[in-house]
Write a protein that binds this ligand. Structure first.
Ligand code: G3I
Length: 332
C-alpha cells in the first residue's frame, strides 16, 4: 500500500497488452499490472499518432482499453500527452507547414477538448505539455521547441500564450484533472528546470490552470545522479504546484552476455530509491510512475545501447529495485 495519497504506477501500451482483456483469465502481465500498481499511464495510446490518425478521425481503442482495465482493477489513470513534438501523425506534420497560428490553435483546441472531454472524471493527472523545452546541449541552449513542435512553431510569436490556452482548454474539458508540464532531464536543479520554473511562474501569474510539474526520470548509469532532486521538487511545490516522477527507469550498458554487473544492479537500486525518497520527501509529490515494469517491454533497448532499465526482468523476476521501492513505500 502506498503512503498518504501517493499514486504508484506503471506505463502500459494498451493497444498491445490490454485489448480484449478478460478479467477472469488475465495474462501473467495483466495480472501483475492489475495487482502491483494503483495508477496506469498509456505509454502510447493517448498520443496523437495513435489517437488521431487522420483529420476528424479518432481511434480510442487503445486508450479505452487502458481506462477500462484501470476501472476493473480500481486504478487511476494519468493522461499522456496533449502537446508534444513527437509521435504526431503525418497529417499534422504535413498540414502544419502552412498553418497560421489560429489554424494551429483550432486543430489543437479541437483535439484537446475531444480527448480530455472523453475521459473527463477518469484521468487524475494529464501531461498536458510534454518536452516543450529543448536541452542546453541542443544547439542554442534551453529554449521552447518552436522549431520541432508544430503547434509552437505556428505560434512562435507568442508560444506561452498558446501553452496557457492548452491548459485552459484541458481544464474546461475536465476540471477534475490535475494538469502537468512534463519533461526528461527535469529531475534536479538545472538550466532546463530553471526555464520550467520561470514558465510556471509566468503561467500561474496569468491565472493559467497549471497544477503540476512532472519529472520523467529516464536515468542512465552512464551519468551521475543529480542529488538536487528534492531541492528542485521543493521549489515547484513552493509555487503551489504538485510534482511527480512520471516515467522512471534506470538504464545501463550491458556486457556481451547482455547482463549487468552486481555493481550496476546496486547502483540501479540506489537510484530508484533516491527518486522515490525525493518524492516522499515532498508532500506535494502526488505520483510515482515507472515507465513499464518489465525489461521485455522496455522502450530503452530500441533507442539506446543499454537495457535492464525496469524493476523486473523479462520473466517478471523482481529486481532489488522493486524491493527497495516497496521498502521505501512501507517505511514512509
Ligand atoms: O504503432 C506503430 C505501429 O503501427 C508500427 O507498425 C510500428 C512500426 O515501427 O511503430 C509503431 O509505433 C511505435 C510507437 O512507439 C507506438 O505508438 C514506434 O515504432 C515507437 O518508436 C514508439 O516508441 C515510443 C516512444 O515514446 C516514441 O517516442 C515508446 O513506445 C514509448 O515508451 C516512448 O515514451 C516516451 C514518452 O512518451 C515521453 N518521454 C520519453 C519516453 C521514451 O521515449
Amino acid at each position: 500500500e502506498a503512503p498518504r495519497d501517493l499514486e504508484v504506477g506503471s506505463a502500459v501500451w494498451g493497444q498491445r497488452e490490454l485489448i480484449g482483456y478478460d478479467r477472469k483469465h488475465p495474462t501473467e502481465f495483466q495480472r501483475i499490472l492489475g495487482a502491483e500498481f494503483g495508477s496506469l499511464t498509456p505509454e502510447n495510446d493517448m498520443k496523437w499518432a495513435e489517437l488521431h490518425p487522420e483529420p476528424g478521425v479518432y481511434d480510442f481503442s487503445g486508450a479505452d482499453a487502458v481506462v477500462a482495465f484501470a476501472k476493473a482493477n480500481g486504478q487511476e489513470v494519468r493522461g499522456h500527452t496533449l502537446l508534444w513534438h513527437s509521435q504526431n501523425p503525418q497529417w499534422v506534420t504535413d498540414a502544419s507547414a502552412g498553418w497560421t497560428c489560429q489554424e494551429a490553435r483550432d486543430v489543437l483546441e479541437e483535439h484537446v477538448r475531444t480527448v480530455v472531454g472523453r475521459y473527463a472524471g477518469e484521468i487524475y493527472e494529464w501531461d498536458v505539455a510534454n518536452e516543450i523545452f529543448q536541452d542546453d546541449w541542443d544547439a542554442g541552449g534551453v529554449r521552447l521547441r518552436t522549431e520541432a513542435n508544430p503547434f509552437l512553431k505556428a505560434c512562435a510569436e507568442d508560444p506561452v500564450a498558446l501553452i496557457g490556452d492548452v491548459f485552459r482548454w484541458a481544464h474546461e474539458a475536465d476540471p477534475a484533472a490535475a494538469l502537468f508540464l512534463n519533461d526528461y532531464n527535469a529531475e534536479g536543479v538545472n538550466t532546463k528546470t530553471n526555464a520550467y520554473y520561470d514558465l510556471a511562474t509566468e503561467l500561474l501569474a496569468d491565472g493559467v490552470p497549471l497544477h503540476g510539474m512532472g519529472a520523467q526520470a529516464h536515468l542512465s548509469l552512464q551519468y551521475e545522479f543529480d542529488e538536487s532532486v528534492t531541492e528542485n521538487f521543493e521549489r515547484f511545490a513552493d509555487l503551489g504546484l504538485q510534482v511527480a516522477v512520471t516515467e522512471a527507469d534506470v538504464r545501463m550498458p550491458l556486457g556481451d552476455d547482455g547482463e549487468p554487473t552486481a555493481e550496476q544492479i546496486t547502483l540501479q537500486t540506489e537510484r530508484y530509491r533516491k527518486l522515490l525518497d525525493a518524492c516522499l520527501d515532498v508532500p506535494s509529490c502526488s505520483s510515482f510512475t515507472v515507465w513499464g515494469f518489465d525489461d521485455a517491454r522496455s522502450w530503452v533497448p530500441g533507442v539506446f545501447p543499454e537495457g535492464y532499465a525496469t524493476i523486473m526482468t523479462g520473466e517478471y523476476v523482481k529486481k532489488p529495485a522493486y524491493h527497495t521501492l516497496l521498502d521505501g513505500l512501507r517505511d514512509a
